[in-house]
Design a binder for this molecule. Structure first.
Ligand SMILES: [Fe+2]
Length: 358
């Protein structure tokens, strides 16, 4: 092939690229933007809390359709800073409702959970008319398209973690939001309480009424911390621990018996004093929150080159999909407890779940 043939091909290729570009077409051989590999991140509570407390003073709660309808601080992955996203699929944020405040009712296609950090059981989330008192460690589900508002008639700030599948919903262009209409002529934009406390537990709990079998639609639910903690402690007492996970429990969905929500699962993990887990990796990213204790996580794309994250009580951290990771409880006397959320149900549903254990 002569030099002039090569020049001719290069000229034609450049012209082809221009023509394709003009017609919104692209060649598989052309350069393109690739997704950036996400890296481990630690958000210390010592950084989150002062920002949250200051926001409580300077950010007033607005109405349902305003951006300040919720006073939440997003945990931002530095690789996803433009969208203030925690991961590509899930958003974890920290929300505060002061005494006397209420965050007005709305509903949206993203499903959400609340994991309570500080709450004395006076403040509550109302989901579909059921008042769910919020005590530290409780997990409350607000499935896709359920009405929810947050009310704090108590004397102490109410603080919790919000996790939403909002980035998945946006990926599928399925975002819809609606403000609560309120009663005609009323400016009270929060829901009336229409169900007795504990209604969903009586209908959906492990021991439940056989009458009126549930129709399978998504319903709110609250997993009380006292039940979760006793399940962990019973297993700890029985020595029922796994080399890669310690004691790892899943919050099963009470309707389906499957993952907590169709799009993400919630888990709680107990690491006995002085114990460490063996390395593993899997598809699906995980966002963790330290409920109790202190320790370290070794996280990284290559074994032997992991980054060490030192975590303490209430810190949050991120383990990217397919990164090797293992955790250690550095205390010789106190257990460590981690709450986590993962997009693994979606990966399993799509046939994309893989795992490897060392
Ligand atoms: Fe919401």
């Amino acid at each position: 092939m002569s030099a002039s043939d090569l020049t001719s091909d290069a000229v034609r290729l450049a012209a082809l690229h221009r023509r394709m570009d003009k017609n919104s077409l692209g060649g598989h051989w052309q350069d393109r933007e690739r997704s950036q590999k996400l890296v481990p991140v630690l958000w210390p509570w010592s950084a989150i809390e002062p920002c949250l407390m200051e926001a409580a003073e300077v950010v007033k709660l607005g109405h349902a359709e305003e951006a300040n309808n919720r006073r939440t601080i997003n945990l931002v992955n530095p690789s996803l800073a433009a969208r203030k996203s925690t991961s590509r699929t899930l958003q974890m944020s920290v929300q505060l409702v002061n005494p006397g405040e209420n965050a007005e009712a709305h509903r949206h296609t993203p499903a959400a959970i609340r994991f309570v950090v500080e709450g004395d059981g006076i403040g509550y989330t109302n989901v579909e008319g059921e008042q769910m008192p919020m005590e530290a460690g409780d997990l409350i589900l607000t499935p896709n398209w359920t009405w929810h508002d947050h009310v704090n008639p108590g004397k102490k700030p109410l603080i919790w973690l919000d996790v939403l599948d909002v980035h998945m919903v946006n990926l599928f262009d399925a975002m819809t939001f609606e403000s609560y209409p309120g009663a005609p002529g009323s400016n009270q934009l929060f829901q009336p309480v229409t169900k007795q406390e504990g209604d969903s537990r009586r209908r959906l709990g492990v021991v439940r009424t056989p009458r009126g079998a549930h129709d399978g639609s998504a319903l709110p639910y609250c997993y009380k911390w006292r039940d979760t903690l006793s399940a962990l402690e019973e297993r700890a007492a029985a020595g029922d621990s796994d080399a890669h996970d310690g004691i790892l429990l899943e919050y099963d969905n009470p309707v389906s018996g499957g993952p907590t929500l169709p799009t993400f699962s919630c888990r709680v993990q107990y690491l006995a004093p002085g114990t460490a887990t063996r390395p593993q990796r899997h598809t699906g990213s995980v966002i963790l929150h330290v409920v109790r204790g202190a320790g370290t996580a070794r996280v990284g794309a290559k074994q032997g080159e992991e980054q060490e994250l030192a975590w303490g009580k209430r810190d949050c951290f991120f383990v990217p999909s397919m990164d090797w990771h293992c955790f250690a409880n550095r205390s010789e006397t106190e257990p460590a407890i981690l709450f986590s959320v993962s997009d693994s149900p979606v990966l399993r549903g799509l046939g994309l779940y893989r795992e490897e254990k060392a």
